[in-house]
Design a protein around this ligand. Structure first.
Ligand SMILES: *Cc1c(COP(=O)(O)O)cnc(C)c1O
Length: 456
């Protein structure tokens, strides 16, 4: 198998898998996608591991040997505590939950990050070491810390907004003993963290002695690990409608990829919380960003979903210039009007629904009262949107993106008590938290990250 080529959504760059994964963002500011979507491997009746290996092989090509790729996939699956990896749970007539929280940090981010760690180290080759930067509203950071802890030749810096991640999420990141991880709590919100991240990624000085990349879902290597659960689920429930709790639109786009590869994925609905920029864009054609408002589903408090750019690229018929124009206008004006043909094309690909805070809490309470099942607030947003879809004979699958035990405040609001605890989320005996607190100030962040990057 030869190495697949990747192109930037802004039309100005081509790269192989290694370069695309190690850069994260393309030099022209776009996001990488494969030059063409490969055909899906068969998934019917096959173990999850085999589907994962075959899927990854189609995107990695010969950047890794087949033995190294299989080892990476086995490593990725090792931390999951359910034999099916991504089991389906039947909730009622034609309604299913796809449980994606059986990984080591109990959120679906583990699917991507557990695979990305061995892939990135596998393609490092000769040349300088790798500095990875990430901004997190909680789950990405926890999954990244767990996946990259103590890996040779890699350092990881995680920015999280001070006091705005759940206590469980914070402890997952800050109690690591790994010397190659630096946690920075920023006095500000998630967008401030993302702003610092972007400034650092663009800093030439930081790149002088090392490679610098991001593990946020702008990196295509992160989406690959999320495609297989759509393939295995669609094989069991052909034509199923998928409802995907959405923040940066990475997971929903992974479902779109599965369908583009030929899997029998039915409609895809992105479910957003009160931060509904995407829903407003689909309804009115005006894509505009407002400050993100805090919600129970913290990992979805995003107003400028980065992976939307990949969908726009596809909906324009892969027109890099048109895509660049949309997102350069958006970056400059914080708003852009989508042309009627583009809007129509986007609506053919996915739909968008939302659930506000009261609908989220009401759904958590309702499901628990009716079935005894507890879900996290993100999953509840998906369920609430799913219940309002038009009637259909097709099965509906809601992605359960995190374990409810991670989100205590939401459970208190919905059930009047703490969520049932999960053993693997309890910090180990004598665990010590380590993190620095920073102002949302580029120079201060750069100095701190530079010192960490240069340390032994
Ligand atoms: C990250 C996250 C989401 C949103 O996923 P995107 O790929 O950013 O759209 C939803 N739920 C949970 C629990 C998450 O951690």
């Amino acid at each position: 198998m030869s190495e697949p080529a990747y192109v930037s959504t802004r039309g100005g760059d081509r790269a192989d898998f290694r370069a695309a994964a190690l850069r994260g963002l393309a030099p022209d500011g776009g996001l990488y996608v494969p030059e063409r979507w490969p055909a899906a491997p068969g998934a019917e009746g096959r173990p999850y591991r085999d589907v994962l290996i075959d899927t990854a092989a189609r995107f990695v090509g010969d950047a890794l040997s087949s033995q190294a790729l299989a080892a990476a996939c086995d490593r990725a699956m090792a931390g999951f505590d359910h034999p099916e990896i991504a089991p389906l749970r039947h909730l009622g007539p034609n309604l299913h939950l796809l449980e994606l929280f059986h990984g080591p940090t109990a959120a679906f981010k583990d699917f991507a990050m557990q695979l990305m760690a061995p892939l990135l180290t596998g393609v490092l080759g000769d040349g300088p070491d790798l500095l990875l930067l990430t901004a997190t509203s909680g789950d990405t950071g926890a999954a990244a810390v767990h996946a990259f802890a103590d890996l040779p030749r890699v350092k990881l810096v995680v920015f999280h907004p001070l006091d705005r991640v759940s206590p469980v999420q914070r402890l997952q990141m800050t109690t690591t003993r790994a010397a190659n991880v630096l946690n920075l709590a920023v006095r500000g919100d998630f967008d401030d963290c993302q702003g610092l991240l972007k400034a650092l990624l663009a800093d030439a000085g930081l790149r002088r002695d090392r490679r610098v990349s991001s593990v946020n879902s702008v990196n295509f290597a992160r989406l690959m690990g999320q495609v297989p659960y759509y393939l295995t689920t669609a094989a069991r429930l052909p034509g199923a409608r998928f409802v995907v709790p959405t923040g940066n639109f990475g997971d929903a786009f992974a479902g779109w990829i599965a369908r583009a590869m030929g899997a029998p994925v039915g409609t895809i609905t992105a479910a957003v919380n009160r931060n509904d920029a995407l829903e407003r864009a689909f309804a009115t054609g005006l894509y505009d960003r407002r400050p993100a408002a805090p919600s129970h589903s913290v990992s979805m408090d995003v107003q400028a979903p980065s992976n939307f750019e990949r969908l726009v690229f596809e909906a324009t018929g892969r027109d890099g210039a048109a895509t660049a124009s949309v997102f350069e206008t958006f970056a400059r004006d914080s708003a852009v009007r989508l042309s009627p043909p583009l809007l129509e094309a986007l609506r053919r690909e996915v739909s968008v629904g939302s659930a506000d805070e009261s609908a989220t809490v009401a759904e958590m309470a309702r499901l628990h009262a009716e079935t005894g099942i507890e879900v996290c607030p993100h999953t509840a947003v998906g369920l609430s949107v799913a219940r309002r879809l038009p009637p259909s004979d097709a099965p509906t699958v809601v992605l359960a993106t995190a374990h409810p035990a991670k989100f205590e405040t939401a459970a208190q609001a919905a059930l009047g008590r703490a969520p049932a605890p999960l053993e693997r989320l309890t910090p180990r005996e004598g665990a010590v938290e380590r993190f620095d607190i920073l102002d949302a100030d580029g120079a201060a962040a750069l100095a701190r990250v530079q010192a960490f990057a240069a340390s032994a």
